[in-house]
Design a protein around this ligand. Structure first.
Ligand code: SAM
Ligand code: SF4
Length: 339
């Protein structure tokens, strides 16, 4: 049952520390056509059964609840790989209808984006974040286990042509694999007008192979970039953005560092996640989830779903706790949560 605008009561997704979630990450599938070594094993994973995955109608309905009743202002589609979700363009178009003022973006590996960028822009998508860890074909293939660099480059170009900017690139550095390529990747991105952000590798891989001793830290990344560029901290307030921004060679070009592990930004977090099977997660590292799919399929009203979502967020923990002695990696890997 969809509520009429007059009986909608505006609530907020606020936790006990006063943080308000306004940025919703929606995973559209846990499947992917790459096999990044820091994300999943070569054989892939046991994908969610089809009947457990939210239908297009269900996804759009829950997004409508979040934007219409719960103060969510940004919706980011992710996965797994969101471009492999059949119906993506229609989901974006329908989201634009139910949330005309929300910022809509997608995080993607860009395989197939060359073909889809135009329709996604027409459907109402505002911008894309593309994941790219190396511009060398051999290193790209080593990390993703697929020889598809050319498709990513074509996808980026198509996204720019379609007006899906500012285009951000996310890169993860791996020791001994691509940590010697940070400056090269930045130079390449700047030449094309893409904003590059380096993300510290997190303990969210399906194989549980992450180790603090081998991850490349933000400080190491900054040191590597500083051999080729002059970096100065950007003056603009960071707010809840995870990236610390630096001007490159005096600006206006910038580079971002997302130091999730060594300089956590949990105190300013404004994110909430919806998995492809309809579970609300208040944090990437949450140890529990709140099921919205079961009540949704049992006929819950929008008001009831909103109330459940508010309750789900209240217990969000202060921080991800990676440094705590008792830290346990979440049961779901990043690809099944929605990065
Ligand atoms: N498949 C899409 C992509 O790669 O952009 C969307 C999902 S992917 C899980 C989202 C982001 O998470 C990517 O930028 C990827 O590099 C990043 N990621 C995956 N595993 C990670 C990990 N263990 N630590 C840090 N970032 C990770
Ligand atoms: Fe796929 Fe993205 Fe994971 Fe790479 S990081 S395997 S592209 S979900």
């Amino acid at each position: 049952m969809t509520a009429s605008p007059t009986d909608q009561t505006q609530q907020r997704l606020v936790d006990r520390f006063g943080r308000v979630a306004t940025d919703l990450r929606v995973s559209l599938t846990d499947r992917c056509n790459l096999r990044c070594t820091y994300c999943m094993p070569p054989e892939g994973l046991d994908w969610l059964p089809g009947d457990e995955v939210l239908t297009d109608d269900e996804v759009v309905r829950l997004i409508g609840v979040a934007t219409g009743r719960l103060g969510v202002q940004e919706v980011r589609f992710t996965g797994g790989e969101p471009l492999v979700r059949r119906g993506l363009v229609s989901i974006v178009a329908r989201t634009r209808e139910v949330a005309p003022d929300a910022e809509l973006s997608i995080t993607t590996n860009a395989l197939g984006l060359a073909k889809m960028a135009g329709s996604l822009a027409e459907a109402g998508l505002d911008r894309v974040n593309v994941s790219l860890d190396s511009i060398r074909p051999d290193t790209f293939a080593e990390i993703t286990r697929r020889d598809r660099l050319a498709d990513v480059v074509a996808g980026l170009e198509a996204a720019a042509d379609a007006g899906l900017g500012p285009i951000k690139i996310n890169a993860v550095l791996l020791r001994g694999v691509n940590d010697d390529q940070a400056a090269e990747l930045l130079g390449w991105s700047l030449e094309r007008g893409y904003e590059l952000r380096f993300i510290e590798q997190m303990p969210l891989d399906a194989q549980h192979g992450w180790s603090r001793d081998t991850m490349v830290t933000a400080d190491e990344t900054l040191a590597a970039l500083s051999t080729a560029f002059e970096l100065t901290p950007a003056e603009e307030p960071r707010g809840s953005a995870p990236a610390e921004l630096f001007y490159v060679d005096g600006g206006p070009a910038k580079v971002g560092i997302i130091a999730s592990v060594t300089r956590p930004f949990c105190g300013d977090c404004d994110r909430v996640r919806l998995t492809a099977d309809g579970q609300v997660r208040d944090c990437l590292f949450a140890r529990s989830e709140s099921d919205l799919r079961t009540p949704l399929r049992a006929g819950a009203s929008d008001g009831d779903l909103a109330a459940r979502w508010v309750t789900a967020m209240a217990g969000k923990r202060a921080g991800h706790g990676i440094d705590d002695l008792g830290f346990l990696q979440p049961d779901r890997p990043m690809s099944a949560i929605g990065g």
